[in-house]
Write a new protein. Structure first.
Lengths: 443, 316
C-alpha cells in the first residue's frame, strides 16, 4: 500500500517534470499571442470574448491566442503601459479609441501601414470597410494605428408610457433642444416643491461627463477639440458656453433635471425605475435597458440646437510598439479576423455595441437581428452625423480639466462662463509641454 | 567618520583598536549568523518587493522629461518642489487631513463606546460584538459597491427613507460639499468595529482590584471611567490613533470605486493624487516625489507616536 503510493507519487512527479520539459519543445509550433481586453459595461462580455478566441484558435492552428481580461478602459491602458515598460508587450489590445493619439505621442504604438501594404491593399481600401465616422480615431498623421472593434454613440432614451401619459407622441421624439426642453417640462411631476419624476437625466462622472459635453457642444455646432492636432481644445467658446448653459438651465431654470453630477449607473437606474422619464446615454446601455425596462421605451437621435452631430465612443484594436516580427504577423491575422464582417456582427449582437465594419450589416444574421430589434438601428443611422471622439495629448487630464468645472456648474457653485474660462486655462496649462515641442517650437 | 578625523594621531596607535572593532564585529556577526540565515528568506522578499521598490521610487523622483519626446534627465528636487507647488496636491492634503480627523475621532469614540458597552462576555454581547465586527470582514471594494447603490440619488436606499422627510434630496456623491462626508461615513462604519477589538483587549488589562476598591470608595461609573479606565487605556488609544491615521492615508479603495476623486476634486486624497499623476498624467517623476513626501510624513508620524508610547510606558 505504502509502496504503491510512493510509486504513484514518483510517477506523478516524473509526469509533471516531463510536462514542464515538453512545453518549451511545443512552443516552437504555434505562435503565442496575448490579447488584452477590457470590459467597460457588464460581465457577460468576458464570456463572449472566450467564445470568440476559442473559435479563432480552432480555425488557426499556427497561432495560439490567449485573451487576458484587463479591467476597465483606464486599467487596460495602465496594464498595457506596464507591460511595454517591462519589455513584454501584449501582441494586441482592445484600447479605448481616444487613447490612441496619446499613446502614439508617447511612441507606444505600432504603425499598421506596412502590414496593410504587405497584404496588397491600400490604406484607403482598408479603411473603407469601416464607417467613415470611425476613421478619425484610428488614423494619426495619415497613418493607421488602430482598427475599430466596437463602437457606440450617445442616444436619447424615452419612456414611451410616461410620454403618452403626458399627452406626448413617442413616435415623434423631440428633434431640437427647444422641443426636448418642452418635453422635459411636461414629463416632470411635482408635489409642491418636491419633484417625484424628473423630465430628463444626463450623466456626469469622470469620463462620461466629458463625452456628454462633447455631445452637447457638437449638436450646438461646436468642435470641442482640434481634430488635426493634439495640442488644442476649444472650451472657452460660444458653442460650449451654449451647451453648458442649457444643461445648467435644465437644472436651475426649468428644474427638470436633478441637481449635481450623476454617474451613468445612477442615470440608467433612475430611468429603469421610472424616476426619470428621459435620459441621454450610450448605445452600449441599450441591451441593459432592453432587458430591464418594464415599460415601452423609445430611442432617438440626440436633439440639435444648431446641427445634428454626436461623438463616437468605444474601442479599437491596437498593437503596442516593440513586437517581434512573428508576433506582429500573428496579431495582425487575429485583428483582421476579429474585425471581419461575420465576427464584427456577432460581437455586436452579443454586446450591444454597433459593428464598425459596414459589411456586417449586410450579413443575413444581422438583417434578421435588426428586424427583430429596430431600436438597434437608430444607433447605426446616427452614425451618418457622428464625428471622432476627443483625443489630445494627455487626453484624460485635459478632459478632467473640463469635467471638474462642469461639475461645479451642475452643483450651482459656478456660472458657465467663468467655469469654462477656468477649464480652458487649466487645459492650456496641461497641453503646454506638447505645444512647446510642436506648435511653439520655432526655427 | 569620527575614527578617521584625528589624522594627527600616530598610525600605530590607531591600528590596534580598529582591528579590535573588526574582530568584535566579526565575532558578533558569527554569533548571530544563524539568526540572519533564518531571516534570509523574508529579507530577500522584503528587499525585492519593499526596499527595492522604495529605492526605485527614490531614483524615479529625481528624474523628469521636459517635453513628451525628450529623454528623461536628472532634475534633483524639482519634482518635489513641483508637487509642493501643485494646488491639486495641496487640495488633496487638506482633504486628507479632514478625512483623517473626521474618520479617526468618530470611529475611535464609537469603538470605545461599543467596547465599554460590550465588555462583559455573555451570549447577547457576543452576538452584538459579531454584528459590529461584521463590516470589517467585508472587503472595502465590495462595501463601496454596496454603498454606491445606497447613495444613488433619488432612487437609492438612503433617499428612499430620507426622501419622506426632506423636500430636496441631496446628491450624496455628486455634490462636492457632501461627497467627502459620505466617504467618511463609510470609513467609520467599516473601521469602528475593528478598533473596538483593541479597546476590548485593552479593557481586559484594567486591574480588577483597583476597580473594586474604587467601587467600595463610592466612585460612580463616570469617575471610574475618567480616573481608572481611560488612563489604563492610554496605550490602546495611542496605538489605535496611529492605525486610524495610517488607514486614512493608505486605504482609499472607496474613492477609486465611488467617486474617482470627484466631483471637482472634492474627494481627492493623497494616495489617489499619486495614482492620478502616475496613470492619468503619466508623470512618474511627480508621482514618485509625492510618494516620497507621503512616506516621509507617515514614517515621521509613526516614529513620533511610538516614541511617545515608549516614553509613556517607561515613565509610568
Amino acid at each position: 500500500m505504502l509502496f504503491s503510493r510512493r510509486l504513484m507519487l514518483g510517477l506523478a512527479m516524473i509526469g509533471t517534470m516531463a510536462g514542464t520539459l515538453a512545453v518549451p519543445a511545443k512552443a516552437e509550433g504555434p505562435t503565442e499571442v496575448d490579447l488584452f481586453f477590457p470590459v467597460p459595461v457588464d460581465g457577460k462580455l468576458a464570456r463572449d470574448m472566450g467564445t470568440l478566441i476559442k473559435e479563432f484558435n480552432e480555425t488557426h492552428p499556427a497561432i495560439k491566442a490567449t485573451a487576458v481580461y484587463t479591467g476597465s478602459y483606464d486599467d487596460t491602458l495602465i496594464k498595457t503601459r506596464a507591460a511595454i515598460k517591462a519589455g513584454k508587450p501584449p501582441a494586441a489590445v482592445i484600447m479605448s479609441a481616444n487613447f490612441l493619439l496619446d499613446m502614439q505621442i508617447e511612441n507606444e504604438l505600432t504603425n499598421l501601414d506596412a502590414l496593410i501594404k504587405a497584404d496588397g491593399t491600400t490604406k484607403e481600401q482598408f479603411l473603407s470597410q469601416f464607417f467613415p465616422a470611425l476613421h478619425g480615431n484610428a488614423v494619426i498623421n495619415r497613418s493607421v494605428y488602430g482598427v475599430p472593434f466596437h463602437n457606440s454613440t450617445p442616444l436619447l432614451y424615452i419612456n414611451a408610457d410616461k410620454a403618452k401619459e403626458a399627452g406626448l407622441d413617442p413616435s415623434k421624439p423631440p428633434q431640437t433642444w427647444a422641443e426636448l426642453t418642452d418635453w422635459a417640462k411636461k414629463l416632470t411631476k411635482r408635489e409642491g416643491d418636491k419633484v417625484t419624476q424628473w423630465g430628463i437625466a444626463i450623466p456626469c462622472a469622470y469620463d462620461y461627463c466629458g463625452w456628454m459635453m462633447e455631445t452637447l457642444t457638437m449638436s450646438n455646432g461646436g468642435r470641442y477639440y482640434n481634430e488635426e492636432f493634439g495640442g488644442e481644445v476649444y472650451y472657452d467658446t460660444p458653442s460650449m458656453l451654449g451647451a453648458l448653459s442649457w444643461w445648467n438651465d435644465l437644472i436651475y431654470k426649468h428644474k427638470v433635471h436633478t441637481p449635481g453630477a450623476t454617474p451613468g449607473p445612477a442615470v440608467s437606474t433612475s430611468f429603469i425605475s421610472g424616476n426619470a422619464a428621459m435620459m441621454m446615454l450610450s448605445t452600449g446601455s441599450l441591451t441593459y435597458v432592453r432587458d430591464n425596462a418594464k415599460f415601452a421605451y423609445k430611442v432617438a437621435f440626440i436633439p440639435r440646437n444648431v446641427r445634428n452631430a454626436v461623438p463616437i465612443g468605444g474601442a479599437s484594436l491596437i498593437m503596442p510598439a516593440g513586437l517581434e516580427a512573428d508576433k506582429q504577423k500573428a496579431a495582425w491575422t487575429l485583428i483582421k479576423w476579429m474585425t471581419s464582417p461575420e465576427k464584427s456582427g456577432w460581437w455586436s449582437r452579443a454586446t450591444g455595441y454597433f459593428a464598425p465594419n459596414m459589411a456586417a450589416y449586410k450579413t443575413p444574421e444581422m438583417v434578421d437581428f435588426l428586424n427583430k430589434n429596430p431600436d438597434a438601428k437608430t444607433a447605426v443611422e446616427q452614425l451618418d452625423v457622428a464625428k471622432p471622439w476627443f483625443a489630445t495629448y494627455k487626453t484624460v487630464p485635459v478632459r478632467k480639466n473640463l469635467e471638474d468645472e462642469v461639475m461645479l456648474v451642475l452643483n450651482g457653485k459656478k456660472q458657465p462662463k467663468e467655469a469654462l474660462a477656468a477649464a480652458q486655462k487649466a487645459a492650456d496649462e496641461t497641453l503646454k509641454p506638447y505645444n512647446a515641442e510642436t506648435s511653439l517650437k520655432l526655427p | 567618520m569620527s575614527l578617521a578625523e584625528p589624522a594627527a594621531l600616530p598610525v600605530a596607535a590607531s591600528v590596534a583598536p580598529r582591528l579590535n572593532v573588526l574582530k568584535r564585529f566579526m565575532g558578533r556577526f558569527r554569533a548571530s549568523l544563524p539568526a540572519y540565515l533564518l531571516l534570509l528568506p523574508s529579507l530577500v522578499f522584503l528587499a525585492l518587493f519593499t526596499y527595492g521598490a522604495m529605492g526605485r521610487v527614490l531614483v524615479d523622483a529625481l528624474y523628469q522629461r521636459a517635453t513628451p519626446k525628450a529623454p528623461v534627465r536628472f532634475v534633483g528636487f524639482e519634482n518635489i518642489s513641483a508637487v509642493l507647488a501643485d494646488p491639486a496636491f495641496a487640495g488633496a492634503v487638506v482633504n486628507n487631513l479632514i478625512y483623517a480627523f473626521g474618520t479617526a475621532v468618530p470611529s475611535i469614540a464609537l469603538a470605545l463606546l461599543f467596547a465599554l458597552a460590550l465588555s462583559r462576555t455573555n451570549a447577547v454581547t457576543s452576538a452584538l460584538r459579531a454584528a459590529l465586527f461584521l463590516p470589517v470582514l467585508i472587503p472595502m471594494v465590495a462595501a463601496s459597491a454596496l454603498f454606491l447603490f445606497i447613495f444613488l440619488p433619488n432612487v437609492g436606499l438612503l433617499d428612499y427613507y430620507i426622501g419622506r422627510l426632506l423636500p430636496l434630496l441631496p446628491n450624496w456623491l455628486g455634490d462636492p460639499d457632501i461627497a467627502l462626508t459620505a466617504i467618511m461615513v463609510i470609513t467609520i462604519w467599516k473601521n469602528a468595529g475593528y478598533y473596538m477589538l483593541f479597546f476590548l483587549a485593552g479593557l481586559q488589562s484594567v486591574p480588577e482590584d483597583v476597580m473594586e476598591a474604587a467601587h467600595l470608595d463610592g466612585a460612580g461609573p463616570y469617575r471610574r471611567l475618567r480616573h481608572i479606565i481611560l488612563p489604563e487605556l492610554k496605550p490602546t488609544f495611542l496605538f489605535v490613533t496611529v492605525i486610524a491615521t495610517l488607514n486614512a492615508v493608505t486605504q482609499v479603495d472607496h474613492v477609486f470605486v465611488m467617486t474617482q476623486g470627484g466631483p471637482s476634486n472634492a474627494t481627492n486624497l493623497v494616495l489617489f493624487y499619486i495614482y492620478q499623476q502616475a496613470v492619468e498624467h503619466y508623470d512618474i517623476g511627480k508621482a514618485s516625489a509625492a510618494t516620497l513626501l507621503t512616506l516621509a510624513a507617515l514614517m515621521g508620524l509613526t516614529a513620533l507616536s511610538f516614541r511617545t508610547m515608549a516614553s509613556r510606558e517607561g515613565g509610568a
